[in-house]
Write a protein that binds this ligand. Sequence first.
Ligand SMILES: Cc1cc2nc3c(=O)[nH]c(=O)nc-3n(C[C@H](O)[C@H](O)[C@H](O)COP(=O)(O)OP(=O)(O)OC[C@H]3O[C@@H](n4cnc5c(N)ncnc54)[C@H](O)[C@@H]3O)c2cc1C
Length: 432
Amino acid sequence: MVGAGHVGLYAALRLSRKLRAREAEVTVVDPQPHMTYQPFLPEASAGNISPRHSVVPLRRELKRCKIVSGAVTRIEHSRKTATVQPIIGPPLEIEYDQIIVAPGSVSRTLPIPGLREHGIGFKTIGEAIFLRNHVLDRLDVGAATTDPGTRRRALTFVFVGGGYAGIEALAEMEDMARDALKYYPELTVADMHWVLVEATQRVLPEVDRDMGAYTVQQLLKRGLDIRLDTRLESCVDGVVKLSDGDSLPSDTIVWTAGVKPAPMLDDTDLPRDDKRRVTCLPTLQVVDGDKVLEGAWSAGDCAAVPDLTGPPGTYCSPSAQHAVRQAVRMADNIRAVIRGKEPVPYKHKHAGSVASLGLHKGVAQVYGVKLKGPIAWFMHRTYHVSRIPSFNRKVRVVIDWTLAFFLRREVVALGQLHDPREEFTEVTPRVG
Ligand SMILES: Cc1cc2nc3c(=O)[nH]c(=O)nc-3n(C[C@H](O)[C@H](O)[C@H](O)COP(=O)(O)OP(=O)(O)OC[C@H]3O[C@@H](n4cnc5c(N)ncnc54)[C@H](O)[C@@H]3O)c2cc1C
């Protein structure tokens, strides 16, 4: 199993439960010791959920699997061999009968001057924690400075990309910062400048236009600066230059403009499409033209899986909704093939999307039903708590929400986390 994210964790759980020990040994390789439930990242960043509770520890949940802490760096399916770089020690080769390729995706970035130096993505728990501490830290800077330019720069937050990750991250962070201002008498809401830069004419392409327009209206009402049809042109030294001619100094540039398949796939002999995704049949078997690669399977963000509910030539979107369902179908298909039966095609009509826009605010479109405001927000929470793996995580998340409801969320920056040795290094004498 290459990767233990939405696909890998669910597939490993199902395989280890449905196959007998003498039929298979399941080996899971991932550099992270946990699966990250990405739909909870915005809430983890905003302090409604503890970051530890939005991840699922692999060794605790996958007790019947062998866990290898490392990255798969190469797959030679012609030799049925994967090369793994463990987190320590020399690379090792693992031979397999069946491989599930599910390393997911990474941020799809562009060669924009300054982006590499000043931008940050929003796909990992580390990025979510960093952003939370950084935003709260910028409030401290804004409150401490007497220089209007420094304050403006510290309190300007730019998000690039208006899909659900970008919109949720922006809306949740703004909501958190607005809440935190209660403790900053030096600052007012008008001092903050939250900007969304989106290259197309709409946000949330996963829902209908009217729901996207509603979302924009809600954000505008809250005083956010929404720039549609606008691109980020550069951000050298933190000066954000936009295609509409505007220029905004900012310490915070969050890039949420789409994803691309994990780069490790470049070092494999697996077939790929023009978007660099692994080409699959609806059964989730890897296919090269019309030749099925026996023993190779893929799903999730890194795979091009035909969408049997859409017009011919369409593929399943990169979403948790497809990833977890594909994982279960794939595990059942692997079991079928091992037992000499036929695999079954994956078919699921995308049910829609639910997005949180901050506490008690949301937008949802599920099976054609459109919901707005608190009811959509409540649906977002109930849907995702039902999807996060394990009873243990569900209980922890609900307790976090309940505590935040009664005691208010914590809005304190733990910026020291990002450089914990600084003070100790300063007070410890050099030797020699
Ligand atoms: C902020 C945010 C919010 C989202 N909200 C929603 C939502 O509301 N609804 C929805 O449907 N979808 C949502 N998504 C999308 C959803 O999370 C992804 O589509 C889903 O995670 C894809 O699952 P995956 O298994 O393909 O990849 P992932 O879950 O990303 O898992 C990939 C795993 O592979 C591992 N890996 C990477 N490289 C290697 C390697 N070389 N060797 C071994 N392991 C490797 C990674 O460490 C990771 O654990 C959101 C995404 C984000 C970022």
